[in-house]
Design a protein around this ligand. Structure first.
Ligand code: HEM
Length: 543
């Protein structure tokens, strides 16, 4: 899910900017603000840009970056840009397409660790794989909290600890992660792996059967890609984690998919109020809307996936899916104690993971449609495998034999460069030899790891072959699109498996082509795609 970030300035942005401007100007005129600051539109732009696609979370009363006592015993404070009253160093972030590009510039200017204040929050920006690993792995236990974003409290029924991705580290979180492992990381050739394969292949078959029905083989059909892949992913997740398949025409299914997608979009945007909590009232309406969408999802999941499973559960039974594992944990009173309510939030988070895969796939198809040579290579790889095995569909077990298709997925992940969910220091500590105080927000600049010209040849180019060596997929150690360590992504294997299956099977059966005049540029710096995205010409292949 980083599928995990934040904003709203983009919708009704003019109104927000005007009110923000007014509020900031008023605040700056307060007599206690000694330093004069001119609030210029570029500052507000910087704010908007930083917030877009980042997932930064603020609204906390934070401590200074450095604990000031006994400086001789403490590491030094990290260098960083000048901070102004109220806005902090936001001006530094103005003028970048992706906010994390500003973090790369700060890295060049100040080194691997940059201290900066953003609105009311103390933050550090961490650049470079060694320093990032120090945060995620070597000192993981110091930096395993998540930002205390007021907005996330509101999104998760007043308590961000309900969320798998935004909670702080705890024994409950450890148990929730452990419980997920057999489901989200099915081992090759295990029972769960085969189940997933059957579910995904059937689902793709059913959905692809809908394309071009009634048309002659060679007539292209116009297909909106987002609803198609979201439906496949949602039903695959519902069946795999909850043993429930929805009829695609079922209005409840469509509402659930749509609501998840809207919430996914929301948490992937930047949000001014996260830095400047006094702006939060401006978002009340939208937050209420999100709350209603989440409530509706809960009702649908209870009615459909859960039904009477909780009441019917017989203690001592073997869990068959993730819902069983959750019920078993709650009813078996295994430690640490988990309320049924909390378990339901975990289930929603995981079912909602389909939005991450679906949005990622939309973007990946956006790259593929712009590169017919890439599409042709995937197709010939798929054709060769099916011919070799005498089958009609690509199975998950074919993944190892289709390195080019795998490399396409890696390349899309690299270029999209979705941010790592920010971490927070849970104690005074240090990074790269610089002091970092408890509560400091930590941005890990994986954008630079994915896009730096020092690490990649022509990084702007879509070139899947960069991940291939001697016919095998090779991932450089510094490439970490799913984070690392104890807060790493719980859905990366599901992402890899579903993406592989959907891309290879869809392109084995069909060729996609752009429609003249349509814009297929892929927005980067966040996983989320707007509701209306790409439409393709789809033609059945003669296989
Ligand atoms: C292209 C797809 C995806 C990308 C790029 C992605 C990326 C990430 C990243 C960067 C993090 C933060 C890691 C860190 O803080 O070190 C994360 C966390 C997480 N992801 Fe994903 N993710 C994807 C799909 C999914 C899916 C499909 C699921 C669910 C099945 C999922 C579940 C989670 C969870 C639960 C966390 C929070 C883990 C924790 O904080 O303990 N993700 N993801």
């Amino acid at each position: 899910m980083d599928h995990i970030s934040v904003t709203l300035l983009s919708t009704s942005s003019t109104a927000y900017l005007m009110v923000s401007c007014l509020l900031l100007t008023l605040l700056m005129l307060l007599p206690e603000v000694k330093q004069k600051v001119i609030v210029r539109s570029d500052v507000l732009n910087a704010l908007k840009q930083l917030l877009t696609g980042v997932g930064l979370m603020f609204g906390v009363e934070s401590e200074p970056v450095i604990a000031p006592t006994a400086p001789e015993q403490l590491p030094p404070k990290a260098p960083g840009p000048k901070s102004y009253p109220i806005i902090g160093a936001l001006k530094e972030l103005n003028g970048y397409e992706v906010p994390y590009q500003a973090f790369s510039e700060l890295g060049k200017r100040y080194g691997a660790v940059t201290a900066l204040r953003l609105g009311s929050v103390n933050a550090v920006v961490v650049n470079g794989i060694e320093t990032i690993k120090e945060v995620l792995i070597n000192r993981a236990q110091h930096f395993d909290s998540r930002p205390n974003f007021r907005r996330y409290q509101l999104l998760f029924s007043g308590n961000k600890e309900n969320s798998l991705a935004f909670c702080d580290w705890s024994e409950v979180q450890k148990a929730r992660r452990d419980m997920l492992v057999p489901h989200t990381f099915p081992r090759n050739f295990s029972g769960r792996f085969h189940e997933l394969n059957t579910i995904v292949v059937d689902e793709i078959g059913q959905m692809l059967g809908e394309i071009g029905r009634g048309e002659s083989q060679q007539t292209p059909t116009i297909v909106e890609i987002k609803p198609l892949v979201l439906s496949i992913c949602a039903n695959a997740f519902a069946q795999y984690f909850g043993s429930h398949r929805f009829e695609v025409q079922d209005k409840r299914f469509q509402r659930m998919v749509n609501n998840f997608d809207q919430i996914f979009y929301e948490v992937n945007q930047g949000y001014a109020a996260d830095f400047l909590p006094f702006l939060l009232p401006l978002h009340r309406q939208n937050l209420k809307r999100m709350d209603r969408l989440a409530e509706e999802i809960r009702e649908i999941i209870l009615e459909t996936i859960i039904g009477d499973r909780y009441e019917r559960w017989v203690e001592g039974s073997e869990p068959c899916d993730y819902v069983d594992s959750l019920i078993d944990h709650v009813k078996g009173r295994m430690g640490p104690e988990l309320e049924w309510e909390t378990a339901l939030f975990a289930l929603e988070d995981i079912i909602g993971g389909h939005s991450a895969v679906g949005n990622f796939l939309v973007k990946t198809f956006g790259y593929i449609v712009q590169h017919p040579e890439v599409q042709a290579r995937i197709q010939s790889e798929a054709d060769a495998i099916l011919e070799r095995h005498g089958r009609q569909v690509i199975e998950l077990t074919d993944r190892n034999e289709m390195p080019y298709t795998e490399a396409v997925i890696m390349e899309a992940l690299r270029l999209i460069a979705s941010p790592i969910v920010p971490h927070v220091a849970n104690q005074d500590s240090q990074i790269g030899g610089f002091a970092v105080a408890k509560e400091t927000l930590i941005f890990l600049n994986n954008y630079d790891l994915s896009m730096s010209p020092e690490l990649w040849d022509a990084p702007e180019r879509f070139a899947p072959e960069r991940f291939l060596q001697g016919g095998r997929v090779v991932k450089p150690d510094f490439f970490i699109p799913f984070g690392a360590g104890r807060r790493s992504c719980m859905g990366y294997r599901m992402t890899q498996l579903l993406s592989f299956s959907i891309i290879s099977n869809l392109l084995h059966s069909y060729t996609i082509a752009p429609i003249e005049g349509h814009d297929y540029r892929v927005p980067v710096g966040s996983l989320a795609m707007p509701e209306k995205s790409y439409t393709f010409k789809v033609t059945a292949r003669e296989c």
